[in-house]
Ligand binder design. Structure first.
Ligand SMILES: [Zn+2]
Length: 130
């Protein structure tokens, strides 16, 4: 059994979870926001965000490796205060190691400034579930 929710395809994200991500990214700006995604029935429903673990220090992304795993964990989310939603080299290393779906939100952190990627860094479409 996989630690990342089995082989289920992740096809969407609940609007509430997306709004949480956008709000948290804005409130962390100009620092990075980073968290772990949880899914149910192929839809991302929740973001785990332990601020004490990951909010200090240089790279929020690399600290995602240290978060505890649980069977409903499907991937990661982090913000790019730079305004580009493309994965960095460091991001691609993380994507390959951890989870199956990864969201990057770029400044200005609105509904059009986020992208989702698979473990190879290939962009995937997630539908917003109301
Ligand atoms: Zn990044």
């Amino acid at each position: 059994m996989s630690l990342f929710g089995g082989q289920m395809e992740i096809s969407g994200i609940e609007r509430e979870a997306l709004e949480f991500i956008l709000g948290a990214s804005r409130s962390r700006y100009p620092q990075e926001f980073a968290g772990v995604l949880r899914a149910k029935n192929g839809v991302i429903i929740e973001v785990l965000w332990p601020p004490e673990t990951i909010s200090s220090g240089r790279s929020a992304v690399m600290k995602l490796h240290m978060l505890p795993l649980d069977p409903s964990t499907c991937g990661t989310v982090h913000s790019h205060p730079s305004g580009s939603a493309s994965p960095s080299q460091e991001d691609l290393v993380l994507f390959a190691k951890y989870g199956r779906v990864h969201i990057i939100v770029a400044e200005p952190f609105d509904e059009h400034s986020w992208r989702a990627y698979d473990h190879r860094g290939k962009e995937i479409k997630l539908k917003i579930v109301e």
